[in-house]
Write a protein of this length. Structure first.
Length: 442
């Protein structure tokens, strides 16, 4: 139900991971759910999962690890277990393999042998091999692990899926700390960027020992499905760095985009330029981290306190925030490292936000067919004419003299966005007249 409500199209169950324990009663090993006390040895997690997913209109995928530390990696054993999975649970939309090319190797377990076997049983089942090669070599879908491989480029031409975990500690399975989750901004931006790369986004959740997804994860999943950002997260690489900075990537601590910049040289600095009415400087807090002196547009503001009393590492903490900035100009946030050489100056991300204005639209004229209408409102002291042709996608704004100011474009949901031309407004669901919200954006 949580997946369906979040707008997901398919589910992927880990039927057997590297330890070799099977979530179905396999005839080829005793290391399975059938040998446990759960439901008197008659339980079948795979069947319940497949039946539940299909009842909600969701497609069914199975994760299966070729690397098996208990049962070994015999090709015949693997084929026998895949036969069980592909003949007992109806149409399977895809098999997601792990521990194969990067661990066991194709010499030990030939890809073509397994591929032919799968297609002989279910020709329409996708074969997806997590070999980290980022090509269609030995797989029908290229797979990326977000924490290890990043995401594909915008010019990606391969059928692709990117997987990521919802937990900020990078863990894929249930354990204590199940509610230490990635931020809503992180997940939404990841979804946006992955989709922009023409890829699917597979988000890992961690069911507890009762087989239930923790409520905190369900709640976050629901928020991601409806989230429409009124702020923009920017990774640290959006700033310019001056001095002896280094980049730390693939970090498992919950940093934004899992990377950051750091220095140990006092006086090193960074400059982040932005357009917005507020800005936040976001970084880790740790006892090993030093502070920054912060300036906005050349004026000293405050000290960003990045240290912590204990050695506990806290990711994505707001250490400085400025509000009430002008929406009509570009701003510069500068940070100067004022810690010692024995500590680290760390930069993770920035968040830019924009004030929301409520204004009234006054209808001036409209034809009978209502193919267009004219309206006016006051923005930043200017009277702006609003001309919306409902049959088109482009909106044009004029000042009172009729001179064109800028144009907007609408998406399929009726939200309207301003290209990066000059300060303006975003009109939210503006098809009806009356009071609407205008969001000042760059």
């Amino acid at each position: 139900d949580a997946a369906k409500a979040a707008g997901m199209k398919y589910l992927n169950l880990t039927t057997k991971h590297h330890d070799g324990f099977c979530l179905w009663n396999s005839s080829y090993t005793a290391y399975d759910v059938g040998s446990s006390s759960w439901r008197g040895g008659n339980g079948d997690v795979v069947k319940e999962f497949a039946d539940s997913a299909r009842s909600r209109g969701l497609k069914v995928f199975f994760y299966y690890s070729i690397w098996d530390k208990t049962n070994g990696n015999d090709t015949t054993f693997i084929k026998n277990q895949l036969t069980e999975l592909l003949t007992k649970y109806g149409a399977i939309d895809g098999l997601w393999f792990d521990g194969w090319g990067w661990k066991v190797g194709y010499a030990a377990v030939p890809y073509e042998t397994i591929h032919r076997h799968i297609k002989s049983l279910q020709p329409n089942c996708l074969v997806m091999e997590n070999n980290h090669q980022k090509t269609l070599y030995n797989t029908e879908i290229t797979l990326y692990e977000r924490n290890l491989d990043g995401i594909p480029s915008l010019n990606n031409l391969y059928p692709t899926e990117v997987c990521c975990n919802i937990r900020s500690d990078g863990k894929w399975f249930f354990s204590s700390g199940a509610c230490n989750l990635r931020s809503l901004d992180y997940l939404w931006v990841s979804l946006r960027d992955v989709n922009a790369s023409k890829a699917n986004y597979l988000l890992d959740l961690t069911p507890d020992t009762a087989g239930l997804i923790p409520k905190c994860q369900v709640d976050l999943l629901r928020e991601v499905s409806v989230f429409k950002p009124d702020s923009q997260m920017r990774n640290q690489d959006a700033a310019l760095f001056y001095g002896t900075w280094s980049n730390s990537r693939n970090r498992p601590y919950g940093d934004y985009m899992d990377d950051l910049q750091y220095t140990r040289t006092p006086g090193d600095s960074f400059v982040f330029s932005f357009s917005g009415t507020s800005v936040e400087f976001i970084t880790e807090q740790n006892s090993e981290h030093g502070d920054f002196l912060i300036l906005i547009d050349g004026v000293v503001q405050d000290t960003a306190r990045c240290g912590a009393a204990t050695g506990i590492r806290s990711a994505q903490k707001v250490v400085f925030k400025a509000t009430g900035l002008s929406a009509e100009r570009q701003h510069f946030l500068k940070g100067v490292y004022i810690g010692t050489a024995s500590k680290y100056g760390v930069v993770d991300a920035f968040r830019v936000s924009h004030d929301t204005l409520n204004v009234s639209l006054e209808q001036i004229s409209s034809n009978v067919a209502k193919s267009h209408f004219f309206a006016k409102f006051v923005h930043s002291g200017r009277i702006i004419m609003f001309d919306k042709r409902l049959s088109g996608e482009k909106l044009v704004f004029f000042d009172i003299s009729g001179k064109r100011l800028f144009h907007l474009y609408a998406d399929i949901n009726g939200n309207v966005y301003l290209p990066r031309i000059r300060p303006g407004v975003m009109v939210t669901k503006s098809k009806s007249l009356g009071v609407i919200k205008l969001l000042v954006i760059e």
